[in-house]
Design a binder for this molecule. Structure first.
Ligand code: FAD
Ligand code: AMP
Length: 476
């Protein structure tokens, strides 16, 4: 007899595994099908995020930041180390240990919640049946029955014909986490979040990094005042960011990769030792459902869902990177929780207006809500408060007094419309603004909240005060 469940989740990334845990917490008999194989050839939970995304990239960013500070910043405090050096294989091994610990942790959580982890490729046959096949032979092994299905198959790196991967000299973001030595000349196609994070890692370790970005504008979804400041800082660090540069072809020899790109000045050539292709990610729907299942894709290839993540097929939901919205781990996890609660009969929804974005460069960039350029394009009246980290004592003591906090509020109601931070620990500081916006707070609410001294969060406080021109530690 076929195994039968209340819920079968396909995909164990941060969308799918969180959905599975919440379903199990709500008393639903749950299975999670996942096909990930790690570099040791073993099945691993956690999807892109834990295996080759959020976590390993942050580990390498941390390692490279420590190295860079030891080499270039600690002297300001009178700290001198004889000779700083970086052992890249040890750094990569550290990253692998952290990844292993966390992916094993998800397996432990599955056991603790009595979730069946089924290793294999899952395919939705119809709303009530999922076929599982062997990932090496492709042979169907089992069909499980279920009342509900959650599709959480994530995304994969977009590839470009102009620079096909060879997984050695020309790699995607996964390959960029595995270099065993610091490339002397590193090219990156795409100056988006992933390109900038990977570029920062290898630049700090000594690579000459050139990023080629097709768009004329740097980080168009970031508030322009902040993206300008970030670009200035990145250039100071030695990241060579070339905007309006569209790669048209590449040639590979044993020793290097030669890229041809076009910008307003004509066609140019660039030779690099390694190339990272970071031109975005695409939804992963390969072999995920049969035409008879009734699941449909939208015009961009994402699974078509409504505001509650319901697909066209009854009882079938889709969440995470495989559906519309930002490709961020926490967005997928929140959708997973909401869908689990809907299946269990509760009311649930995700507030897409307050999803924080973070770029883990130095300085970090984090934001939530509307940018000033987006507001300018509407009739909504707004006011702005800005406070620079150069005037924040804690940031100065950390040798991190660059960047700013910018708070945008409605000109009449004072309700917070957006918060934008470029500077130290922006990834952590943004949480305060997210909570405030979730509670529909005003700039005055933030301004009247006591913030500990001396902390970086005082810059958020001062920016909220600056909205009404009453910042204390800068002239208004
Ligand atoms: P995934 O994490 O892609 O997981 C999908 C899972 O489903 C995979 O395990 C896959 O093998 C499995 N699967 C797919 N199809 C099938 C099938 N048919 N049968 C069985 N299993 C299947 N986001 C952040 O929020 N913060 C960050 O700092 C961040 N950094 C990133 C850095 C890098 C280098 C990259 C590449 C991404 C980063 N992201 C970050 C994005 C983040 O990783 C994704 O948004 C997130 O992983 C999406 O989660 P998901 O569960 O939708 O899909
Ligand atoms: P993201 O979407 O944040 O992952 O960023 C991917 C970036 O790659 C975007 O900013 C794209 O504009 C950029 N990009 C896409 N194709 C090309 C190309 N052929 N040459 C240079 N940049 C590109």
């Amino acid at each position: 007899m076929a195994r039968s469940y209340d819920v079968v989740v396909i995909g164990a990334g941060p969308a799918g595994y969180v959905a599975a845990i919440r379903c199990a917490q709500l008393g639903l008999r749950t299975a999670c099908v996942d096909k990930w194989i790690n570099k040791q050839g073993k099945s691993a939970l956690g999807g892109t995020c834990l295996n080759v995304g959020c976590i390993p990239s942050k580990d390498l960013l941390q390692a490279s930041e420590y190295y860079h500070r030891l080499k270039h910043q600690f002297q300001a405090y009178g700290i001198h180390a004889k000779e700083a050096s970086i052992d890249v294989p040890t750094m990569i091994a550290h990253k692998d240990r952290i990844v292993q610990g966390l992916t094993d942790g998800v397996a432990t959580l599955f056991r603790a919640n009595s979730i069946d982890h089924i290793h294999g490729h899952g395919r939705l046959l119809d709303s009530k049946r999922v076929e599982i096949s062997d990932i090496s032979t492709g042979e169907a092994k089992e069909v499980v029955e279920t009342k509900h299905v959650i599709l959480a198959s994530g995304s994969v790196p977009a590839q470009m014909g102009e620079a096909p991967l060879d997984h050695e000299r020309i790699v995607d973001s996964t390959g960029a986490l595995e270099f065993q030595e610091v490339p002397q000349r590193l090219g990156i196609i795409g100056a988006g979040i992933i390109g900038l994070e990977m570029g920062s890692v290898w630049c700090r370790l000594g690579s000459q990094v050139v990023l080629l970005e097709a768009l004329d504008e740097f980080l168009p979804s970031v508030d322009q005042q902040l993206s300008k400041e970030a670009l200035r800082q990145f250039k100071k660090q030695g990241l060579d960011i070339r905007l309006g540069a569209r790669v048209v072809s590449s040639r590979k020899t044993k020793k290097q990769v030669t890229l041809n790109y076009q910008d307003s000045g004509g066609e140019h050539e660039l030779a690099v030792d390694r190339l990272i292709v970071a031109v975005g990610r695409r939804p992963n729907t390969e072999g995920l459902f049969t035409p008879e299942s009734g699941v449909a894709l939208d015009e961009r290839g994402f699974i078509d869902v409504d505001e509650h993540c319901r697909t066209n097929a009854p009882g079938v939901y889709a969440i995470g990177d495989v559906v519309r919205g930002p490709m961020l781990a926490h967005k997928g996890s929140e959708e997973g929780i909401a869908v689990a609660e809907l299946i269990a009969g509760s009311a649930a929804h995700v507030n897409y207006e307050t999803i924080p974005w973070v770029i883990y460069t130095e300085p970090e960039i984090a934001w939530v809500g509307k940018t000033e350029q987006a507001l300018k394009a509407t009739v909504e009246p707004y006011k702005v408060g800005v406070f620079p980290f150069a005037a924040n004592g804690r940031a100065r003591a950390m040798e991190a007094g660059v960047g700013m906090v910018k708070i945008i509020a409605h000109a009449e109601s004072d309700r917070l419309l957006g918060a934008h931070i470029v500077g130290p620990m922006a990834s952590e500081l943004i949480a305060e603004a997210v909570v405030a916006m979730e509670y529909a707070a005003s700039a005055e609410d933030l301004a009247r909240t006591v913030h500990a001294h001396p902390t970086l969060s005082e810059a958020v406080h001062e920016a909220a005060l600056a909205v009404d021109k009453r910042a204390v530690h800068r002239a208004n």
